[in-house]
Design a protein around this ligand. Structure first.
Ligand SMILES: Cc1cc2nc3c(=O)[nH]c(=O)nc-3n(C[C@H](O)[C@H](O)[C@H](O)COP(=O)(O)OP(=O)(O)OC[C@H]3O[C@@H](n4cnc5c(N)ncnc54)[C@H](O)[C@@H]3O)c2cc1C
Ligand code: FES
Length: 228
């Protein structure tokens, strides 16, 4: 098995037949001695089929795919930010750099904070927030990051790594730009092939269209042309 890098993803076959025809994309959640773990949210047909698979069922998996997160240098202080299921993409990064990472994890409600318990075991520097205040700080993860950045005395060379809904990533990109902080975001687009062949997943960047599955899914936030 090829060794995965945090931020990479896998394409999973969800059906041996024609429906659904296309594989589905899932981020590396954790590398364990036994293999890899994925974490997914039920969205539609494909994820419902995956949820119902019996243990021991064999499926075709393609990966690891995409580029992965660039690791911070010794001098940088990483801020790892996840919104909702975006935790699946950044978890293994946060684990790899756990000694120095500041982790921000937000969701709409406590029910959607999938792995807060696992994170609490690893980090002292963890900020959990929910939109409705049912767990942690009340407010969005973007508010929490803005507060942190405003009061960042003693934090040298912050660098941001984020995954979550597009609107959250766009706001994080604004925060990063306004404060001169480097930021990397993991983008999600509908994917058909996952290997750069179909151009179904392109995103507009300042240097032209790029394929999320091949040149991404991790991009410098400053490179993206964010949609309003
Ligand atoms: C690189 C990458 C990594 C991902 N990692 C994870 C992960 O770790 N965990 C996880 O839960 N999900 C992840 N996703 C999203 C996941 O691929 C989709 O939720 C899944 O394909 C939905 O399949 P489905 O058949 O259940 O839903 P469908 O029936 O295909 O769609 C149901 C609804 O979800 C929307 N949708 C489907 N795929 C996407 C997508 N890629 N982006 C936005 N909306 C979509 C559809 O428009 C539709 O409204 C990732 C996506 C990408 C591109
Ligand atoms: S999914 Fe086909 S090029 Fe990206």
């Amino acid at each position: 098995m090829e060794e995965p890098h945090p931020g990479q993803f896998y394409m999973l076959e969800v059906s041996k037949g024609m429906d659904p025809l296309l594989k589905r994309a899932f981020s590396l959640f954790r590398r364990t001695p036994e293999g890899i773990r994925l974490l997914f949210r039920i969205k539609g047909k494909g994820t419902s089929i995956l949820r119902d698979l019996r243990e021991g069922t064999e499926i075709t998996v393609l990966g690891p795919l995409g580029n992965g997160y660039p690791l911070p240098s010794d001098k940088e202080s990483p801020l790892v930010i996840a919104g909702g299921i975006g935790i699946a993409s950044v978890f293994s990064l946060a684990e790899k750099i756990s000694k120095k990472a500041f982790v921000f994890y937000g969701a709409r409600t406590e029910r959607e904070l999938f792995v807060a318990g696992e994170l609490e075991k690893i980090y002292k520097e963890l900020v959990v927030c929910t939109d409705d205040g049912s767990c942690g700080v009340k407010g969005t993860v973007v508010d929490a990051v803005n507060d942190f950045v405003r009061n960042r005395d003693g934090i040298h060379q912050p660098v941001i790594y984020a995954c979550g809904p597009n609107v959250m990533l766009r706001e994080i990109a604004k925060t990063a730009a306004a404060n001169g902080i480097s930021a990397y975001v993991s983008l999600e687009e509908h994917m058909a092939c996952g290997i750069g062949a179909c151009l179904g997943c392109v995103v507009k960047t300042k240097t032209g269209y790029k394929r999320v599955c091949k040149e991404g899914p991790i991009f410098a936030a400053a490179e993206i042309v964010w949609q309003p």
